[in-house]
Design a protein around this ligand. Structure first.
Ligand SMILES: NC(=O)c1ccc[n+]([C@@H]2O[C@H](COP(=O)([O-])OP(=O)(O)OC[C@H]3O[C@@H](n4cnc5c(N)ncnc54)[C@H](O)[C@@H]3O)[C@@H](O)[C@H]2O)c1
Ligand SMILES: [Zn+2]
Length: 360
């Protein structure tokens, strides 16, 4: 079996399965048992009404509005109430059909309902298919603290149907591409060149995209099998993320996660040049790919002070020092502490002025 048919992921909780399928609804229909409960992204419920009909008429289900408010801890009570009222028992499974929001809600509830029920997942966004579906993390929001409650609780089986991406918005496609690019850069030069050369094809050709998704997951799998609980080596995947999270939040999610991470990686690379870890040529080489992905998205309006304040709130940081992932080259990302002093502020001012001049 090739990686593009499927593979399994070892986890300390269980070994779980990832399958590439042509028809997510058919694959789920042959897997489900009476009483298994579906949590379906509301937009998919409309876009794929006829394909979902046999599943929805056979199984109890709920439509989920995929936004950050619905991922709020206090909003989960209503969902849990309905699951219990509609007869979900410990031996039933929850089934998420949707993107990262539907995943996080379903995964989190699965991990606590009756002290844990099994769950299945059909990811429907590129971000969820190429990244979040594996790795065990479930995260929900608690007031202003985004993704601060959670657990490590993987689904038993993941069914990836790249055909679902035909209806995804161009901006959400770019968000997923940004997240994928980050895995390819952390992996090394061969993978960087692969994604750079196939980037345009990925947006048009589902076979090219499927190959990139499979490779992205293979890179991530190797790392999460070594450090599932994010205690050491897996932290290099935070590359671009401290800055990215800040940009995402400060633009009120107008710049979606993976696009914000694209800017975040470029900023990390810029700081890496200023600190003498990489040269300008390498930064520009990577930037050409990242710029293709961020297009005309803009973040510089948030300002340097806004960025610094938001970084201070990042869960990994204390005082005027921030923990960031910088790079000594492709495949050579490392965790370090950045002192936010006058010198660093000067670099950030320079970076923002340059971005504003370029329309970002
Ligand atoms: N648990 C993890 O490991 C992990 C990792 C990364 C991100 N996340 C979380 O994932 C969330 C973001 O998820 P996301 O980017 O996958 O998207 P999402 O779930 O927020 O969905 C984005 C939009 O796309 C729509 N949509 C979904 N699938 C579609 C399709 N096939 N066609 C048309 N529209 C579709 C949704 O209805 C929604 O409007 C954030 O809350 C983030 O914190 C979790
Ligand atoms: Zn990410």
């Amino acid at each position: 079996m090739s990686e593009q048919d499927g593979f399994s992921v070892k986890s300390l909780r269980r070994e779980y399965q990832v399958s590439f399928v042509d028809d997510f609804a058919g694959a789920l229909a042959s897997e489900l048992a009476p009483g298994d409960f579906l949590l379906v992204d509301r937009n998919l419920g409309q876009l794929y009404a006829s394909r979902l009909e046999p599943l929805l008429s056979a199984q109890p289900h709920l439509l989920i509005t995929a936004n950050e408010e619905q991922k709020e801890f206090s909003a989960l009570g209503k969902i849990i109430e309905q699951l219990i009222a509609q007869g979900v028992r410990k031996n039933h499974r929850l089934v998420a059909i949707g993107g990262g929001v539907t995943q996080d809600i379903t995964g989190f509830i699965s991990s606590v309902l009756y002290r844990g029920v099994e769950w299945l997942f059909a990811p429907s966004t590129l971000l969820a298919q190429a990244d979040s579906c594996i790795g065990s993390k479930t995260s929900v929001n608690f007031g202003p603290y985004k993704n601060q409650l959670g657990s490590f609780y993987p689904p038993a089986h993941i069914f990836i149907d790249p055909g679902l991406l035909n209806t995804l918005s161009p901006l959400d496609m770019r968000s997923g591409m940004g997240e994928m690019i980050h895995y390819f850069l952390v992996s090394g030069r061969k993978d960087f060149e692969f994604i750079r050369d196939t980037y345009p094809d990925c947006l048009q050709d589902r076979q090219a995209l499927k190959a990139a998704i499979a490779r992205s997951l293979a890179i991530k799998r190797e790392m999460i099998q070594r450090d599932e609980f994010d205690q050491g080596p897996r932290q290099v995947f935070n590359y671009g993320h401290s800055f990215g999270h800040a940009i995402e939040t400060l633009t009120d999610y107008a710049v979606p996660h993976g696009v914000a991470v694209s800017f975040g990686m470029d900023l990390a690379n810029f700081l890496s040049t200023r600190l003498g870890y990489i040269d300008q040529d390498l930064r520009q080489e990577i930037r050409s790919l990242l710029a293709m992905n961020w297009g005309d998205a803009s973040f510089s309006q948030v300002g340097v002070e806004g960025l610094i304040a938001a970084l201070g709130k990042d869960k990994k940081n204390e005082g005027s020092q921030i923990k960031v992932i910088l790079t000594k080259g492709l495949g050579r990302m490392f965790k370090t502490t950045l002192e936010v002093d006058a010198r660093c502020r000067g670099w950030l001012e320079e970076y923002f002025a340059d971005a504003a001049a370029q329309g970002n």
